[in-house]
Design a protein around this ligand. Structure first.
Ligand code: F6R
Length: 625
């Protein structure tokens, strides 16, 4: 993943670069760094702490300049250590003409992505005399640009890029050209921010990093190279026919990006705040809905919905679980065959394409590399109808898809997804109803009832949030465990999966979820008094079956923690702990049942003292494969 910011200006841009980095920490936060052109050379500060520490270091070292680049890292090649943190510097090979009389550092470079042929390039550059100071794939790009440098940074970058295999966004500057930054993208996001004074121009991984600095944004396309100088910029790309770079024009858009800098208010963490924002996020997502119609998903949706007879959902992580939940709705309510695939698997699978498929991607960020690649793969296979449920209107995913439903969860800062998940479910339920309507499966009375239920959701979620004190009591028990099982059936099996994912990613407790009927086919062997078994047990058609599965756990001494409906005859007793949900909610019940699981994960993580909003090894936006 990683986040990039770069700038050329007549004023000191270090505060802007560092503020941009803070807003990009969702892309990775295991180390960070900034490099500037200063005193005729390159100067940098790097840290394995957070941006606040980097800022203190930069202040102490007097780092200030009008030209610079900065980076927040999510380690792929090389451990999260200072020597692997970006920006990387390159010097001419020892003893070469360029190196004579130079202090170390001619080219400074930051990178987001993965260079697949880095080993081969490293060997080549080592043979040319380059010394490597890190284990990163990035450092090879810095040396490669240095190798091609002959007085013109743009030319050097243009020569280096075709040598790279993989995905990247890079930003680079050179000691010998003080007012110039060159940046490029291929497979990783990058925007150009057109400055509004001081002759300045910017690049960044997203527009949010530049909020308050400029709202004039150019979304660079795959293969674009941008040359930033004082008061001008120039975009070029390789022309496959001539084999030369040629100028291209890209539209400048006014983007009112939010800085993402939300206040915590009374909450301890963003995750807790975001869990409690769910009633509002759901209400906002439903705000413009006055009735069900395909056009909620964009112009031309009716024609597309009429033309499809199956749905293929592609997503990752939590978004995959919202898709897995929607499969139950789409099949039972809209009567449309639906498959759900993990994007990173689908893109490499030899599947059988059907042009009458509606390809639905689900993504909070709209930038997840695996999901975007899976979408492109589906389209390349001859499935032209694409729709996304996404939380970021300006994202690559929305730009790539024919149709879209934008959830209005607002910026989600905690790495563990919460309000994005529940609003995705709302969007997917609306999609179910719109498809059902197009297919003649939705009576007016059913439509009215579903809309009524949807509109009641914010109040219903609010009532579930009131269960927090009971969940806290459970979390104190969970904090002492190292393993947990989650059970659900039917529509609530994906909710059990999501509960297990939440617990493992922020509390580091090993958690797995099973459809409860599977227990006796293997996982029951794990059940002891040390194994808490969380059971999502709404009062639905599968409840009696689920109760039998719970007996199987009790008989082996397992500790059951059950979320049951008010009218269910499941009573607390030794080894069986029950929290009653405020109301039974029919088809929309998954949206309510996930909330106490989010709270359980959150409070367990707090009790274990983990970094809840920035769990180890993770990043908010996963823009590498
Ligand atoms: C888990 C989580 C991740 C994301 C996944 C996909 O809490 O947030 O599993 O759901 O990385 O991200 P998006 O939805 O941005 O495509």
């Amino acid at each position: 993943m990683c986040g990039i910011v770069g700038a050329v200006s007549q004023r000191n841009i270090v505060p802007i670069l560092l503020e941009g980095l803070k807003r990009l920490e969702y892309r990775g936060y295991d180390s960070c760094g900034v490099a500037v052109h200063q005193g005729g050379g390159l100067k940098r500060a790097r840290s394995t702490s957070r941006v606040a520490e980097l800022q203190a270091q930069a202040d102490q070292d007097g780092i200030a300049s009008g030209t610079g680049i900065a980076h927040t890292r999510w380690a792929t090649h090389g451990a999260p250590a200072v020597h692997n943190a970006h920006p990387h510097f390159s010097a001419g090979p020892a003893g070469s003409a360029e190196a004579v009389g130079q202090s170390v550092g001619r080219v400074a470079l930051v990178h987001n992505g993965i260079i697949e042929n880095h080993d081969e390039l490293r060997a080549e550059l080592k043979a040319r005399g380059y010394q490597f100071a890190s284990q990163t794939d990035t450092e090879v790009i810095a040396h490669l640009v240095d190798h091609y440098y002959n007085g013109d940074l743009l030319e050097a970058v243009q020569q280096a890029l075709p040598r790279l295999k993989g995905a990247y966004a890079v930003a680079v500057f050179c000691r010998d050209e003080p007012h110039r930054v060159v940046a490029a993208r291929e497979g990783s996001p990058l925007v150009l921010g057109v400055g509004e004074g001081h002759g300045e121009n910017f690049v960044a991984s997203d527009a949010m990093a530049l909020a308050g600095v400029t709202d004039q944004i150019v979304y660079l396309e795959e293969g674009d190279v941008v040359d930033l100088q004082l008061g001008r910029y120039w975009i070029s790309r390789l022309d496959a026919q001539t084999g030369r770079y040629a100028a291209v024009q890209r539209p400048v858009k006014t983007v009112h990006a939010h800085s993402g800098a939300a206040e915590l208010g009374p909450y301890r963490h963003y995750m807790q705040k975001e869990i409690f924002e769910q009633p509002t996020a759901i209400a906002n997502t439903l705000e413009a809905i006055t009735g069900i119609s395909p056009e909620l998903f964009g112009d031309g949706a009716y024609r597309v919905f009429k033309d499809v007879d199956k749905v293929l959902i592609l997503a990752c992580g939590t978004s995959y679980y919202s898709g897995s939940t929607a499969k139950y709705w789409l099949e039972s309510i809209a009567r449309i065959p639906t498959s759900v695939e993990i994007a990173s698997e689908y893109r490499y699978r030899d599947s059988v394409p059907d042009p009458k498929t509606l390809v639905v991607t689900i993504s909070q960020s709209g930038e997840t590399a695996d999901t975007i690649a899976a979408l492109k793969h589906a389209r390349a296979q001859g499935m032209p109808h694409t729709l996304t449920i996404c939380n970021v209107a300006t994202s690559a995913m929305v730009r790539e898809c024919e149709l879209a439903y934008i959830t209005r969860a607002g910026a989600e800062i905690g790495v563990a997804s919460t309000k994005a998940f529940t609003t995705q479910l709302v969007g997917l339920f609306l999609l179910t109803l719109a498809l059902a309507q197009t297919r003649g499966q939705l009576s007016e009375a059913d439509e009215a009832q579903h809309l009524k239920d949807l509109r009641h959701l914010p109040v219903a979620v609010q009532a579930v949030l009131a269960l927090e004190p009971q969940v806290i009591a459970w979390s104190e028990e969970f904090a002492r465990k190292e393993n947990a099982l989650f059970l659900g059936r039917g529509l609530h099996y994906p909710i059990a999966l999501e509960g297990a994912l939440k617990l493992k990613e922020i509390s580091y407790i090993h958690a797995e979820a099973y459809p409860a009927g599977e227990l006796k086919h293997g996982p029951l062997a794990l059940v002891t008094a040390e194994m808490p078994v969380v059971t999502v047990a709404p009062n639905d058609a599968l409840l009696e079956k689920l109760k039998s599965n719970m007996q199987e756990v009790r008989a082996r001494g397992g500790q059951l923690y059950v979320f049951a409906d008010g009218d269910t005859a499941i009573e607390s007793e030794p080894g069986l702990h029950v929290i009653r949900m405020p109301e039974h909610y029919g088809a929309l019940s998954p949206i309510l049942h996930v909330v106490p699981l989010q709270l359980l994960a959150y409070h367990t993580a707090c009790a274990r003292g983990t970094d809840v909003d920035k769990p180890r090894n993770l990043a908010k936006s996963v823009t590498v494969e």
